[in-house]
Write a protein that binds this ligand. Structure first.
Ligand code: OGA
Ligand code: MN
Length: 220
């Protein structure tokens, strides 16, 4: 891999209660890593929710591609997912969604991105599963604007691996984010290639996207 690869984000992680800082980071560098984005109670509640969904066999293999071209392809991604439904949420899910709603409003006020909604799913990667390098939005083909991933794994150790690797813009440098409970990663969906490295233990998260309801006009 590239010699200039770094294991940590190029600047210190930012602390809790920092929606404004996330918006600033999105504006200046296009991504933000925020430890302790929600309290331990919330991550524990969400972790209980996904564990229960898993034990009831409610998670479905995630597909790649779109529309009629959707296929299950474990050589590209090996996670199993469950879409959150606003009508049937736990207290932890409601708190998380409320915080994301505040973030959506703030992004719109400051960055004028015109985000209409947030959609998200639980994701479980069994040991050894990964999601190979991809981008969440191909220019002007999708309504996903900002990607947001919250990790739920308590006691995650460096040897557990399973980092999110984010490639920084057009060059080969990258940084890795360990999927530690409470950390939120946000980035502009059309700008950053990224991948999920295989983990040594089951890896849990909520992955979501702030979306526009319609495609933005093509800028010539
Ligand atoms: C995705 C994705 C990253 C992660 O689901 O599109 O890139 O760290 N997830 O789980
Ligand atoms: Mn992705």
């Amino acid at each position: 891999m590239a010699d200039n690869a770094a294991l940590l984000p190029p600047e210190p992680a930012i602390e809790s209660d920092s929606l404004e800082k996330i918006v600033d980071r999105l504006a200046t560098q296009g991504w933000a890593v925020t430890p302790h984005f929600v309290s331990g109670d919330v991550t524990e509640g969400l972790e209980r929710n996904i564990a229960e969904l898993e034990s009831c066999n409610r998670l479905q293999p995630a597909a790649v591609g779109r529309g009629a071209g959707k296929v299950i392809e474990p050589s590209i991604r090996g996670d199993r997912i469950f879409w959150l439904d606003e009508s049937a949420t736990s207290a932890a899910q409601q708190e998380y969604l409320a915080r994301m709603e505040r973030l959506r409003t703030l992004i719109n006020q400051s960055l004028f991105l015109g985000l209409n909604e947030f959609e998200c799913h639980f994701a479980a990667y069994p040991p050894g599963a990964f999601y190979s390098r991809h981008i969440d939005q191909h220019a002007n083909q999708d309504t996903r604007v900002v990607s947001a991933i919250l990790y739920l794994n308590t006691g995650w150790m460096p040897q557990d691996a399973g980092e999110l690797r984010i490639y920084v813009d057009d060059d080969d440098s990258y940084f890795d984010v360990p999927p530690v409970a409470g950390t939120l990663v946000t980035f502009l969906s059309d700008r950053f290639y990224h991948e999920v490295l295989p983990a040594g233990r089951t890896r849990h998260s909520i992955t979501g996207w702030f979306r526009r309801r319609t495609l933005s006009p093509v800028v010539q």
